[in-house]
Design a protein around this ligand. Structure first.
Ligand SMILES: [Zn+2]
Ligand SMILES: [Zn+2]
Length: 272
């Protein structure tokens, strides 16, 4: 049984709970019996050039993760990661960051399309079906751009992120209309040994589905995808590791038998 959580925010993320110090996160992970975690604070690369208030103190965050590695490293495999947002939009900023810090795990995410607000701020009650589909198609095409733009990328985060906000408006997405676009991305991931994240935050929050859903996870497998990571997207200590056993069972049900982790700087597969 895998007990890994590879998507965790601390108080160094703009939306992280103030109680989520790296130390509190590690303590929570140990209490819940996890063996491997990645601390993946937000670095939204469009924040500085566009004056968006999502500050990330990279130096302080780095120091803090190094400290917890010292303190808890014998009881917990702690990976220094980053959730790199919108790298497609400012690839130089993203790649400069990756040159400056010895990031062990790059989780690449897209929270907003170029020139548009974060999907979190979109009201899908007021956006019709056609526009919704075209937004998600644009999302997939920008994701593909992002994969090629980054010098280092280990996993793609919450590939169906917009679905959470579509569901918030009480709407159900027919994902099959996007299988072609998803398959294009999955082939690239498979060819380049980039993992797909199975993110359980929506499930844990009561939406009833994971990001992505099992049909999409199956499609990834059909396209040759073998590497997955499991993540809660915790923003507080209480959310660390929650629903990871569910994610592991779900992944197994569609044919995956391991999850990707990084130990001592090396990629390893641990059995689900
Ligand atoms: Zn995210
Ligand atoms: Zn996140």
């Amino acid at each position: 049984m895998a007990f890994c959580d590879y998507h965790i925010h601390t108080c160094y993320s703009f939306d992280g709970d103030r109680s989520a110090t790296p130390e509190a996160i590690c303590k929570a992970a140990i209490e819940r019996g996890l063996t491997d975690i990645a601390i993946t604070d937000h670095f939204e690369v469009n924040a500085i050039p566009e004056g968006i208030d999502t500050p990330y103190d990279a130096d302080a965050a780095f120091e803090s993760v190094m400290q917890v590695k010292e303190i808890y490293g014998k009881r917990l495999n702690i990976t220094y990661g980053i959730e790199l947002g919108q790298a497609s939009q400012y690839p130089d900023i993203a790649n400069d960051f990756l040159r400056k810090y010895p990031v062990e795990f790059v989780l690449a995410s897209l929270h907003n399309l170029r020139g548009k607000p974060d999907f979190y701020y979109m009201n899908f009650s007021a956006i019709d079906e056609d526009e919704t589909s075209s937004l998600y198609r644009a999302y997939l095409s920008e994701l593909l751009e992002m994969i090629y733009a980054l010098d280092k990328i280990d996993a793609i985060g919450h590939i169906t992120y917009p679905f959470r906000y579509i569901a918030r408006a009480g709407r159900v997405v027919d994902a099959s209309q996007f299988y072609d676009g998803l398959a294009d991305i999955f082939s690239v991931l498979a060819k380049n040994d980039i993992a797909l994240e199975l993110n359980v935050s929506t499930y844990a929050k009561g939406y009833g589905f994971t990001m992505p859903t099992p049909d999409i996870l199956s499609l990834y497998r059909e396209c040759g995808g073998r590497l997955i990571t499991l993540g809660t997207d915790a923003h507080s200590p209480s959310a660390v590791g929650v629903a990871i056993p569910y994610a592991a069972e779900l992944a197994k049900s569609v044919g995956f038998d391991s999850a990707l982790v990084i130990r001592g700087g090396q990629k390893e597969l641990i059995k689900l």
